[in-house]
Design a protein. Structure first.
Length: 133
C-alpha cells in the first residue's frame, strides 16, 4: 500500500462518501468520468480494497483529509492497528479543490491586468518621447 493518497483521490473519495456516482463526481470536479474511474481504482489499490463501500469505510477509519495514512491496517502486513489520530473530520476550507471555471477566470483577469499595465506604460512612454521632440 502507498503512504499517501493524491489530492484528486481524496476529492473523489470525499464525493464518493457523499453518495455521488462517478458521473456526478466528474461533473463536480470538472473532469472526465473515465478520469474519476481511474482515480478511484488507484485509490482502491492504495486503500487495499476493491469496492466503493469498503473504500469509504477504510478512508474514514484510517486516512487523513490530506491523504496520509493515520494508522496501519492489519492488511498492511503488521497485524496490529495503531491509531495516530482520532476520527477523520471534514476537510478544512483551504483544502477544498478550486472549481475549474474559477481557475480559468483568474488567469483571464491576470492577463487583462498585465495588458492594461503595458498599455499605460506604452502611453506614458509615447507622451514622454513626443515631449522631447
Amino acid at each position: 500500500m502507498a503512504d499517501r493518497l493524491t489530492v484528486r483521490e481524496v476529492s473523489c473519495l470525499r464525493l464518493l462518501e457523499g453518495g455521488l456516482k462517478n458521473k456526478e463526481i466528474a461533473s463536480q470536479l470538472g473532469i472526465a468520468e473515465r478520469t474519476v474511474s481511474n482515480t478511484l481504482q488507484s485509490a482502491y489499490r492504495k486503500l487495499g480494497v476493491s469496492q466503493r463501500q469498503d473504500a469509504i469505510a477504510e478512508f474514514r477509519r484510517n486516512w487523513s483529509e490530506t491523504g496520509h495514512r493515520l494508522s496501519m491496517s492489519p492488511q498492511a502486513g503488521t497485524g496490529s492497528s495503531v491509531s495516530v489520530s482520532g476520527p477523520a473530520s471534514r476537510p478544512p476550507s483551504f483544502y477544498r479543490p478550486t472549481p475549474p471555471g474559477l481557475v480559468n477566470t483568474s488567469v483571464i483577469i491576470a492577463v487583462f491586468a498585465v495588458i492594461g499595465v503595458l498599455a499605460v506604460l506604452a502611453l506614458v512612454t509615447s507622451r514622454a518621447f513626443h515631449g522631447l521632440g
